[in-house]
Design a protein around this ligand. Structure first.
Ligand SMILES: [Zn+2]
Length: 130
């Protein structure tokens, strides 16, 4: 665990709490993140910190799902966007030229927040939907 992941978790908790406040009574079931391979986030560490950061808050028990995005660079020589195999070498997988024009890989953002609405109180029996 590092301070880095803990501060990321705390800031996600803040954003999600703010977003969820528009739905009073709803419980947050799952938060899904988009994390680029170059975002310097250790997934296990972030999940651990998420548990700590949500403890004692309305988000306690909410799951954290991480969608890892591969690194994509643009190659001028080929005119294509290509996924590189590893972050050690920024070379176009097609022609081998250096391709430092990063198109994806540094993302760290909330993709979705899944809410569980409280059980609605129905004054009348529910009619069958067509
Ligand atoms: Zn190329």
């Amino acid at each position: 665990m590092t301070m880095h992941e803990l501060s990321i978790a705390a800031s996600i908790v803040e954003s999600v709490t703010e977003a969820a406040s528009a739905h009073p009574g709803a419980r947050v079931k799952e938060v899904r993140l988009r994390v680029g391979a170059l975002a310097s986030v250790v997934e296990d560490s972030l999940k651990f910190c998420w548990g700590l950061a949500t403890e004692g808050t309305p988000l306690a028990g909410a799951a954290l799902a991480i969608n890892t995005l591969p690194v994509i660079v643009h190659c001028d020589a080929c005119g294509i966007d290509a996924e590189i195999a590893g972050v050690q070498s920024f070379r176009c997988p097609k022609c081998g030229e250096l391709a430092a024009d990063l198109r994806q890989g540094r993302e760290l953002e909330i993709e979705s927040i899944e809410l569980e609405e409280p059980d609605p109180v129905l004054p009348n029996p529910v009619e069958e939907q067509a």
